[in-house]
Structure formats: structure tokens, C-alpha cells
Design a protein around this ligand. Structure first.
Ligand code: NDP
Ligand code: OXD
Length: 310
């Protein structure tokens, strides 16, 4: 079996190629380079690969994505429409997404940013206590990431609801399903936490008319993709005060351009797409297991439904 490893980012032979080869004895793992001839590989392991990979490697039988989101892959014109695409499932990322959401929600609801400002001014001024009923959290997408996020916030006694296509949510979380129930979900939500995948249906889902349906003083946490959020609509609603603040990890353009207003906005917190980092050991173990199953013709999970886009 031959595996080609392709990414637009710099890949360390020592950190990725050698451990993947060790995890799949008998497999040959090569790093894809645009200046090399076709490798005639059986499968590709990728993270934001160049389109040229699929123009060159014509014998690929499947693609294994080193991330949960497959939107970047689906943007490539040369990805064959019937090529099986397998994504990463959790691999240590869900707990990090939950930590990120807790960080943002707790900071907003317990007014910890105000205490940081107080310290700067040498001020000792306890603020009113937290009433959790005033901070209902709504999680967009209750898949692998959203479920862990919702469970974790519910364990901290925030009233939590989840929205998905199926309406499936973990115990202790109120479920809302599909476009019909989106208005009711938004109307009971103050902190909106996004963990959706980017698809044609979810693009721009956080825009003026949806964000305005949130409870006044709403707070936004975006960990999904930048294209879920219409950035100028968020800025306008921050100006009116309907949205009190936002913690954003993903952006329409990454890295976020230096001149972007989010950098200097007093009520926006920016992080550089790090809500969940790939954990190399867990990622390699999972991908190796999935490749092994695929090659042996065994059932495997994480196969993306091309029609749904996730
Ligand atoms: P899953 O496929 O497990 O979950 C996707 C969820 O979104 C499901 O609950 C699904 O509903 C729901 N959904 C999809 N489309 C719609 C729709 N049109 N309407 C309503 N609900 C919808 O994905 P993961 O949880 O593993 O990952 C989610 C996303 O998180 C990734 O695609 C990626 O963009 C992002 N991510 C970001 C990271 C970061 O560091 N910022 C790190 C990792 C992931 P249903 O359950 O009914 O199918
Ligand atoms: C992912 C990501 O999709 O890191 O895995 O954004």
C-alpha cells in the first residue's frame, strides 16, 4: 500500500511521515511535492492539500482528512465527486472545544474581563453575582464537537440548548431540529456557540436577521468556520448593543488581515484558529486505524456524506 501525505503547510518528515509509516507496517508513506512525478498512491492523507494533488494522483481510492472540517477539501475543483472522504472524529479536539467555550462563556457571564480592567485601574469592586438563568447558551451543531461543548456547559448549570438537523442532543440539553425550529432556538439563546461544519446550508448562518433574534445583550462564540458569520453584521449589532461581545476563533480570511476591525474592537476577542489543536499522536493513531480498515474492506466511521457536505 502506498500513502501520499499532502498539505499546503510545511510537513515535518520526523513528526508526521515516520510515525504514520510506523503505525502502518508494510505501507510506504511519501510526502507529496509538486515537483515530483505522480506517486500512484492508493490513499492520500491531507490537511488543506493543493488542488494539484488530485490532478496528479489519479489512482487514489480514498482521502483521509487530518481535521474534522472538510470544507477546504470540498472547495478543490479536482477532487473526484465519488472519492470517499474520511474525516477526523474527536481525536482529542472535542475537549479543547469545550474548554474554549467554557473560557468564553464564563468570562462573559462572570464579568471576568471587567475585573481585569479593574485591576488595571487598581480598583476593588465586587460586581453583582451571576444568575445563570440570564445566560442561556445555544450550541449550533451537536455533533462530535457540539455535544461535548453542550455537555460541559450544562454541567456548569447553564441552561443549554442544541440545534442540529436531527435535533439529537445529550441528556440535560434541550434539542431543536432543522430550519423550522431555528427561530425558537435563537429566541431562547443569549450565548450562541457555533460548532457547525461549513456547508452550502450553513454558510452565513450567523447574519443580521438571525443574530437579531437572540436575546438582548447576546454573546457570540464562533469555533466553526469564518464563513458561518457575516462579519459586518456582527460589527453593526455590536454597535447597537444588541450583541455585547464576541469570542472568535475562525474568520473569513485567515490569518485575519492586520487592518481588520476585529483586532482592535474592545468587545471582540480574537484567537488564531486554535480552539482545538490537532494532537499528533491521537491523530496519527486514528488515521492509521481508519486507513487499515479501509484497505481491509472493514466498516469505518467518519466517512463524509458528500450530499450533506459533512
Ligand atoms: P459533526 O459532523 O460531528 O457534527 C456536525 C453537526 O452539525 C451535527 O450535529 C449536524 O446535525 C449539524 N449540522 C450540519 N449541517 C446542519 C444544518 N444544515 N442544519 C442543522 N444542523 C446541521 O462535526 P464535528 O462536530 O466533528 O465538527 C464540526 C465543525 O467544527 C467542523 O466541521 C469544523 O468546521 C469545526 N472545528 C473547528 C475547530 C477549531 O479549532 N476551530 C476544530 C475542530 C472542528 P446532525 O447531528 O443532525 O447530523
Ligand atoms: C478542524 C479544524 O476542522 O482544526 O479539524 O478546524
Amino acid at each position: 500500500m502506498k500513502i501520499v501525505f499532502a498539505s499546503s503547510h510545511e510537513i515535518s518528515q520526523h513528526e508526521w511521515i515516520e510515525p504514520l509509516a510506523q503505525a502502518l507496517p508494510g505501507a510506504e508513506v511519501v510526502l507529496w511535492r509538486p515537483d515530483l512525478p505522480a506517486q500512484d498512491a492508493d490513499v492520500a492523507v491531507v490537511w488543506t492539500p493543493p488542488d494539484a494533488l488530485f490532478q496528479r494522483e489519479r489512482r487514489l481510492r480514498a482521502v483521509f482528512n487530518l481535521g474534522a472540517g472538510v470544507d477546504a477539501l470540498f472547495r478543490l475543483p479536482s477532487l473526484p465527486p465519488d472519492m470517499p472522504v474520511v474525516r477526523l472524529e474527536d481525536a482529542g479536539m472535542a475537549v479543547q472545544m469545550a474548554e474554549y467555550a467554557v473560557w468564553a462563556v464564563v468570562r462573559a457571564s462572570r464579568q471576568f474581563d471587567a475585573y481585569v480592567a479593574q485591576q488595571g485601574a487598581g480598583q476593588w469592586q465586587p460586581l453583582p453575582e451571576l444568575d445563570r438563568a440570564q445566560w442561556p447558551v445555544g450550541v449550533l451543531g451537536t455533533g462530535v464537537m457540539g455535544t461535548r461543548v453542550a455537555q460541559t456547559l450544562a454541567a456548569l448549570d447553564y441552561p443549554v440548548a442544541g440545534w442540529s438537523r436531527s435535533g439529537k442532543v445529550p441528556a440535560g440539553v434541550e434539542g431543536f431540529a432543522g430550519a423550522d425550529q431555528l427561530p425558537a432556538f435563537l429566541a431562547r439563546t443569549r450565548v450562541l456557540v457555533n460548532t457547525l461544519p461549513l456547508t452550502p446550508e450553513t454558510r452565513d448562518i450567523m447574519r443580521r436577521d438571525t443574530l437579531r433574534q437572540l436575546l438582548p445583550g447576546a454573546y457570540l462564540v464562533n469555533m466553526g468556520r469564518g464563513d458561518h458569520l457575516v462579519e459586518e453584521d456582527l460589527l453593526a449589532l455590536l454597535d447597537t448593543g444588541h450583541i455585547s461581545g464576541a469570542t472568535l476563533d475562525v474568520f473569513r480570511q485567515e490569518p485575519l488581515p492586520q487592518e481588520h476591525p476585529f483586532w482592535r474592537h474592545p468587545r471582540v476577542t480574537v484567537t488564531p484558529h486554535v480552539a482545538a489543536l490537532s494532537l499528533r499522536r491521537q491523530t496519527i493513531a486514528q488515521v492509521a486505524d481508519k486507513i487499515g480498515r479501509f484497505m481491509r474492506g472493514e466498516p469505518l466511521t467518519g466517512v463524509v456524506e458528500r450530499g450533506r457536505g459533512y
